[in-house]
Design a protein around this ligand. Structure first.
Ligand code: NAP
Length: 497
């Protein structure tokens, strides 16, 4: 690294600054100041990083998993020490309020600690043999070189979800962070380096998805790709990976509903909906983007919600009084404003709907929290907006609520507010989603449970929890015959009977 804000690539344990490389900057969405300068990696850089990861693989694979865990634990310890600084960098680079920036880093710490412990588990199975004097078991083996491609909205948590699970399993990694949050990505890698990861075990290549991402996904030495992002890029990565018969793990978008039944605790739901819809300016894959409300409490709840928004502050995300910072970039702002226009044409604007201007707002990308009242089936009620825009839909009863909740292409998170325990359990069964909350909003995952979705949200894998290990290991079945003679399965056991 040449200066704290000028970063190179990290390949084979060295920060390299290709002298004639093109560079790009990341921009603070609060004031458009530069947060860091990065190398626009090339396809050759990507291939060099894969080669470094491949060279490091044997040594890392043969390092006992508990020892690998000690390095992850050291990374967690360093991240804890630097949590304040890192949380501010998250806030500066992507705009979420500081408490959420710190939460992002805390999630990374939690997962590093969790995975460090996993180094003493990595369970296989032992099962009985059908033959005498024969032993049957499975062992987990790493896959080899793993590519991790991540989005900008959880710029320290998601890279650690992927890398910590890949590393404890014995894989080596090439990491391509979202371009918009390259600084956060580089800081995470710096901490891994300081924690003592051997050279080549983690490599960082910054640069565009179309160049670096494609080259990584297509490299024949890469066995597994772990991708989190939007459906369009995810589909592209899936198709490219399929050409090389790679394992491609996708975590994609969401259109997450909160169902509010008429027996709900409305003040509890109010806090939850506000946090779920407008936390991180609605730029969470699990954000509450649809509020499905039973008719009897519809008017009362919407009135309370808009009253609360009157007191909700949008502004500097480093100021503790701020409820919502800017959206993450100019592109985000443009896309969200386009959806707000679509909403105006097909639904009733109930709150907000504008870009904020004047004073400090003019320096960044600030939008009003926005609420539309809509029927189910409009574009704003079905497509992922990924911004502070909530669609509210009135329904008659539980059955209609579930029908509406499920009638979207995504299936990530879901929630129901009700005091009826029977209905809560029906919702757990009926909602088509990888995650269901009862009496809590659609956000708030904890690292010890699997995270992921169904339908177009993903392709069946899960991050976090011990399920993450499945993504990064192959299972080998092992048969040990200690009978000192040839025993034939299916044949000898038949004869013996
Ligand atoms: P994105 O545009 O799809 O980008 C995600 C990552 O993929 C970035 O690193 C991007 O690089 C890279 N990329 C883009 N095109 C690529 C290609 N053709 N080949 C390889 N890599 C490519 O998504 P985003 O805007 O960063 O993130 C928002 C999306 O992520 C939302 O849809 C959200 O729901 C989803 N998300 C899902 C989860 C989940 O766990 N399900 C969690 C968080 C976010 P560049 O930055 O250089 O373009």
């Amino acid at each position: 690294m040449a200066s704290p804000t000028e970063f190179g690539l990290f390949i084979g344990g060295k920060w390299t600054m290709p002298p004639h490389a093109r560079r790009f900057e990341t921009i603070n969405p609060t004031n458009r100041e530069s947060v860091g300068s990065f190398v626009s990696g090339t396809a050759d850089d990507a291939r060099a990083a894969v080669a470094a990861a491949q060279a490091a693989f044997r040594g890392w694979r043969d390092t006992p998993a508990p020892k690998r865990g000690e390095i992850l634990l050291e990374a967690a310890r360093r991240m804890k020490q630097q949590k304040g600084t890192l949380g501010r960098i998250v806030t500066q680079e992507m705009g979420k309020v500081l408490s959420e920036g710190l939460g992002d880093v805390q999630e990374a710490i939690d997962f590093l600690e969790y995975m460090a412990g996993e180094g003493r588990r990595l369970f296989g199975e032992t099962v009985p043999s059908e033959l005498r004097n024969k032993f049957c078991m499975t062992v987990r083996q790493p896959k080899g070189v793993v590519v991790c491609i991540t989005p900008w909205n959880f710029p320290t948590a998601i890279p650690n979800w992927k890398m910590a699970a890949a590393l404890i399993s014995g894989n080596t990694v090439v990491f391509k962070p979202a371009s918009a949050t390259s600084r956060c990505g580089a800081e995470v890698v710096r901490i891994y380096e300081e924690a003592g990861l051997p050279p080549g075990v983690v490599n960082l290549v910054t640069g565009s998805g179309g160049v670096v991402g494609n080259a990584l996904v297509e490299d024949p030495h890469v066995r597994t790709v772990s991708f989190t992002g939007g459906v369009a890029a995810g589909r592209d990565v899936y198709v490219r990976g399929a050409q090389g018969l790679k394992m491609v793990h996708l975590e994609l978008g969401g259109k997450n509903p909160v169902i509010l039944m008429d027996d709900a605790d409305l003040s509890l739901a109010l806090d939850g909906v506000l946090f779920g819809a407008f936390g991180t300016a609605g730029q969470r894959c699990t954000a509450t983007s649809r509020l499905i409300v039973q008719a009897k409490v519809y008017d009362e709840f919407l009135g309370k919600l808009t009253d609360r928004l009157d007191r909700f502050r949008v502004g500097d995300p480093l100021d503790p009084a701020t409820g919502m910072g800017p959206v993450a970039s100019s592109d985000q702002e443009t896309k969200i404003l386009e959806y707000i226009e679509i909403g105006r044409s097909e639904a009733t604007l109930r709150y907000g709907g504008h870009k904020l201007t004047g004073g400090a707002y003019d320096r960044g990308y600030f939008l009003e929290p926005t609420i539309f009242e809509t029927r189910h089936g409009t574009r704003i009620s079905k497509e992922e907006i990924f911004g502070p825009v909530l669609s509210v839909i009135r329904v008659a009863d539980y059955d209609e609520a579930v029908r509406v909740a499920n009638d979207v292409e995504y299936g990530l998170s879901s929630a129901i507010y009700t005091r009826d325990v029977n209905r809560a359990f029906r919702a757990i069964r009926d909602l088509e989603a990888g995650i269901t909350y009862v009496n809590a909003p659609t956000i708030g995952a904890e690292v010890q449970l699997p995270f992921g979705g169904i339908k177009h949200t993903g392709n069946g894998g899960r991050e976090a929890g011990s399920a993450a290990i499945e993504e990064f290991t192959e299972i080998k079945s092992v048969f040990i015959d200690f009978s000192s003679k040839l025993q034939k399965a299916q044949i000898d056991s038949e004869t013996a009977a």
